[in-house]
Every structure is written in structure tokens, then in C-alpha cells.
Design a protein around this ligand. Structure first.
Ligand code: HEC
Length: 138
């Protein structure tokens, strides 16, 4: 009987969105509540201009991801992203712009963004080569 009720509770918790935050970090499985999911996607859209769609910045062939290109965020570990963002925020990590960005975020938002980008799949995106215009004007 105990097993059956535990199973029902588990099932109910999976289908009840209001319980998602409670089961959030359990056993390494993470799920955002619908409100959190909308919020983190909105925040992540502001990172896309530089870090690419879903954190997949375009990286020049053979280029160094941290110098010539904006850093790729997709698929990095949550701990890595979290520690970088926190150290930008407290000024211990040198930055050209990220110290400003991270100061505009709450600790909860930083936590959600680190989780979000760690869950994105890494996709190699090479920039398109410049278009050659060879129109003939007669
Ligand atoms: C205007 C461009 C720009 C935007 C927008 C931006 N970043 Fe950055 N980001 C950078 C640059 C450039 C660096 C390299 C550090 C520096 O110079 O500030 C960086 C570095 C980082 C790093 C450290 C990566 C590493 O490997 O060292 C993380 C994590 C990061 N950004 C997360 C974010 C998140 C999350 C957002 C959105 C809230 C965001 N960035 C928005 C340009 C940007």
C-alpha cells in the first residue's frame, strides 16, 4: 500500500506543475516551473546577441572560443557557468562587459541561467563566408 501511495504521489508530482520547483534539483534532475521557464528563456534571449541562439555562439574555424569569438555557453557545466557569472558579478573576474550584465541579474536568475545553458546542446556554428557579389551590369 505504501508503495502504491508513493507511486501516486510521484505521478501526481510529475503532472502537477506547481510541484515542479519542489522536485527541481532532486537527484540531479532539473525542471523549471512554467513561470521560471518563461523567465529564463526571456533572460537567455538577451544573451543570444553575443553568445548565439541557446548559447551556441558562432566560432570561426580554428578560432579560439575565448579570444576571437564570444564564448560558447551551450553544454558547459552548470558549476562552471555559475562560478564565472558570480565572479563577474563580484568583480573578481576581469571582463569588458559581463560585469555589467551580471550585476543586473539576481542570484536566482544567475542560478537559472547557469542551469539553462548547461542543458542546451552544443551545436557547432561556423559563420557564413562573405557573399560575393558578381553581378554584371551591361
Ligand atoms: C554584448 C555582448 C554580450 C551579452 C549580451 C552577454 N555576454 Fe556574456 N560574454 C560576453 C563577452 C565579450 C565575454 C567575455 C568576458 C568579457 O569580456 O566580458 C562573455 C563571457 C561570458 C561568460 C564566461 C564565459 C567564459 O568561458 O569565460 C558567461 C558565463 C557569460 N558571458 C554569460 C552570459 C549570460 C548568461 C548573458 C545573458 C544574461 C550574457 N553572457 C550576455 C559578451 C556578452
Amino acid at each position: 500500500m505504501k508503495t502504491a501511495s508513493t507511486f501516486c504521489l510521484l505521478l501526481a508530482s510529475l503532472i502537477t506543475p506547481s510541484l515542479w520547483p519542489i522536485i527541481g534539483h532532486a537527484d540531479g534532475v532539473f525542471a523549471f516551473s512554467p513561470e521560471q521557464a518563461t523567465h529564463v528563456r526571456t533572460l537567455a534571449a538577451s544573451c543570444a546577441a553575443c553568445h548565439g541562439t541557446q548559447g551556441n555562439a558562432m566560432v570561426k574555424e580554428g578560432g579560439n572560443a575565448s579570444e576571437e569569438n564570444n564564448p560558447v555557453l551551450a553544454g558547459r557545466t552548470r558549476d562552471d557557468l555559475l562560478s564565472k557569472l558570480l565572479s563577474f558579478r563580484d568583480g573578481t573576474r576581469k571582463a569588458t562587459i559581463m560585469h555589467q550584465h551580471s550585476r543586473g541579474l539576481s542570484l536566482e536568475e544567475i542560478d537559472m541561467l547557469a542551469t539553462h545553458f548547461s542543458m542546451q546542446k552544443r551545436v557547432i556554428r561556423l559563420p557564413l563566408s562573405p557573399q560575393k557579389l558578381e553581378a554584371e551590369h551591361g
